[in-house]
Write a protein that binds this ligand. Sequence first.
Ligand code: FRU
Length: 495
Amino acid sequence: MVSKELKKARDYEAGKMKEIGREERPAFHLTGGCGWINDPNGFSFYRGEYHLFYQYHPFSNVWGPMHWGHAKSRDLLHWDRLPVAMAPDTSCDCAGCFSGSALTLPDGRHLLMYTGVHSDIGDGDDRERFQTQCLAFGDGVNYEKYEGNPVICPDMIPWECRATDFRDPKIWQESDGTYRCVAAAMTAERNSRIVRFRSTDALSWEYDGVIAESTAQLGGMWECPDYFELDGKQVLCVSPMAMMPEGREYHAGHNTLALVGDEDPVTHEFCRESMQQIDSGIDFYAPQTMLTPDGRRVMVGWMQAWSNSKFVPPGVKYFGQLSLPRELHVRNGRLIQQPVRELMEFRTEAVILKNVGMGSEKRAFEGIEGRLLDMTVTVRDLSELKKLEIFVAADSTYHTSVSFMPKRKLLRIDRSYSGYLYDIVHTRDMDVETENGELVIRFVMDRYSLELFIGKGERTATLSLFTPLSAQGIYFRAEGKTVIDIEKYTISELS
Ligand code: FRU
């Protein structure tokens, strides 16, 4: 049944979408039909296609009562929009359908597990935001909320869990058929705990312990947990709010963390061995992963930051994009990310330059320009190089720069001149490691974003751009001498 709230969202979206032109959207990154989007949700493979949902407020460009928007794809790059999947329309989720995940049930139905937010339970501060975990079943287009909702409540946790901070279930099925999920919870002392539940039928759940806990240093609420096995290690991804800065690795505020370790096969306890920022750029939050049918662990994040998202540039007809899906690996305790290999199939118009000598003169190269591209720059010969600057989305007014300072092992991104004229974060510094005296930087650009994959993907940096599309230039400049290779492809527009 389509509720009146869902119908209203679907009708509104259908009308508004017509006002958004093709060039106003990215070519190969997912955006909402209209209005506002945040976290990716329900990333899954169902009946031969990838499905990706997102936190959605279609009615304006700012966050509001959360719906789930929906799209599907065969190649993880070109997304077909589907009707809004869920609206806040039941007693369990009347204040919002918050983030969650999806899987296919043995009977062929698509299961969505999400956080229902009530406005009618609790007192005082708790009144608006009581959070429980809920289910919906569907056929890949239409979804019915489960009449047994909620299926997980904070009082199933044997310690005092704040009823207002219990959300973002990530569900999966073990090889023995058991269902498990992890969710973000918070103690009365306001430490975040990632809690696990188990179930034999995905309907009735029991508490299965805490797998990790935040500390003051590592932030308040750990939002949007994801927990998976990869390359023989166990990985826990979380998005901590209000984290302390630490060197160039973590900045003050919201971060994205990957904790890598092992799980005890008997107690299922998670033992963390290492930790890193998932993305060192400006706009990347709340990532979620899925396992593809060919066994790849693929991650998508929200390509925005909460702190910047209050500033929606005038004239923008929708707000928020999701990142490129990224293939993950773990090597030497680090999460490695690369764009999904499907991107290679859309590379056209190769321009390959080898052994280009660089000095202080600003240089442009024929065919090296554009806003839809996949470009790898290999910086060789670091002995005399003080700084290499690469300017993209550039013209005489605008540019976004990536600067590499090898002596300081520093990479800096700067979008101060991108046309995004608000007093928000525009630069970030990050540590980079060279390998065999070289640094590889892969630039994946869509109309309104830049994603950098550095080295073999040990570090990534993502930022959204509002630079006018007329700024198509790419320039290079060095302080001190170096030699670079450039391999640039245009990414073809969808048909
Ligand atoms: C993360 C988050 C989630 C929540 C959702 C609400 O960005 O705060 O914890 O479920 O957004 O839209």
